[in-house]
Design a binder for this molecule. Structure first.
Ligand SMILES: [Mg+2]
Length: 248
C-alpha cells in the first residue's frame, strides 16, 4: 500500500466535544438578541412585544429548517442560513428591512464569537504537534468554525469550510480541494472524522483510508470494511498510524 503522508481532520466532535459549544452559542446569541433589541426599541417595545416571546428559540430552529429547504444550494452554509432566518423573523416581528439586517448581522457576530469559545480535547494540541512533523495536515468541516480564530490553526496549512464551497460533506469536492491544496492524493491520505455518512463514506469512496471516531461505541467489536479503522477517541490516532506505517 502507498505510504501515508497526509491527514485530513473533521473538526466538530472529532477534535472537541461540540454539543455543549453549540448549546451555549445557540441560546447565548438568541438571548443576547432579545435583550439588546428590547433596550434599543425603547418605546416601540410596548407596541411590538418582546421579540423572544413572539419568536422563541424553537421557532427560530424550525424556521432555519424552512430556510434551508427553500434555498437548497445554501443548505450547508449554516452561517448564511442562520443570518437569513434571523432576518426574516425580525422582519416578521415588525422591524424595517434595514433594521432587521442590522440586528441579524449583530446576532450572528455574537453567535460566531460564542461558537469559537471551545476547548479542544486536552490531548489534541500535542498530538497535532507530533503529527505535523511527519504528515501534511488539513481540516475539512461542514460547520462554521473558522480555524483562523483558534490557536489550533498553527498546525494546519489548509482548512476547508465545506458549506461555504456550497458542497458540504459527503460531497467529494471538499476532500479533493484539501488534497489538491496539500499537493497530495487520496491513496496517500487518511481522513479522521466522527460521522459515518459525512466523513467515512465519502473519504472511502475516494480511496482515502479512514479513522472513524466511533464516539458512542456504535460498532465496538464489529468488523469494518477494508481501509476503515475504528477509534473511540482521536487520542488513539498516533497508535493507529504507527500500526499502519509498519504494515506498509
Ligand atoms: Mg464531526
Amino acid at each position: 500500500m502507498t505510504r501515508l503522508d497526509t491527514l485530513t481532520f473533521d473538526l466538530d466532535d472529532t477534535l472537541w466535544d461540540n454539543g455543549p459549544v453549540m448549546e451555549h452559542a445557540e441560546q447565548g446569541h438568541y438571548h443576547w438578541l432579545d435583550n439588546a433589541l428590547s433596550t434599543w426599541l425603547e418605546a416601540r417595545l410596548a407596541e411590538l412585544g418582546r421579540y423572544g416571546e413572539r419568536f422563541p428559540l424553537p421557532t427560530y430552529v424550525q424556521h432555519r429548517g424552512e430556510v434551508a429547504r427553500r434555498f437548497p444550494l445554501r443548505r450547508g452554509d449554516f452561517t448564511w442560513v442562520r443570518r437569513r432566518s434571523l432576518y426574516e423573523l425580525l422582519e416578521a416581528y415588525g422591524l424595517a428591512s434595514q433594521e432587521a439586517e442590522m440586528w441579524a448581522t449583530a446576532a450572528m457576530e455574537r453567535f460566531l464569537e460564542l461558537r469559537h469559545r471551545l476547548d479542544p480535547y486536552p490531548e489534541v494540541d500535542a498530538l497535532l504537534e507530533g503529527l505535523a512533523g511527519d504528515y501534511r495536515l488539513a481540516t475539512i468541516t461542514n460547520g462554521n468554525v473558522d480555524l483562523n480564530r483558534l490557536p489550533l490553526v498553527r498546525h494546519f496549512p489548509v482548512s476547508i469550510i465545506a458549506g461555504e464551497l456550497l458542497a458540504p460533506k459527503p460531497d467529494a469536492r471538499p476532500f479533493l480541494a484539501a488534497l489538491a491544496r496539500l499537493n497530495s492524493a487520496p491513496s496517500r491520505a487518511l481522513h479522521v472524522g466522527d460521522s459515518w455518512k459525512e466523513d467515512v463514506l465519502p473519504a472511502r469512496r475516494l480511496g482515502m483510508r479512514v479513522a472513524w471516531i466511533d464516539r458512542h461505541d456504535q460498532a465496538a467489536g464489529e468488523a469494518l470494511p477494508e481501509g476503515i479503522h475504528r477509534l473511540s477517541h482521536v487520542r488513539e490516532l498516533p497508535a493507529l498510524l504507527a500500526r499502519l506505517q509498519q504494515r506498509d
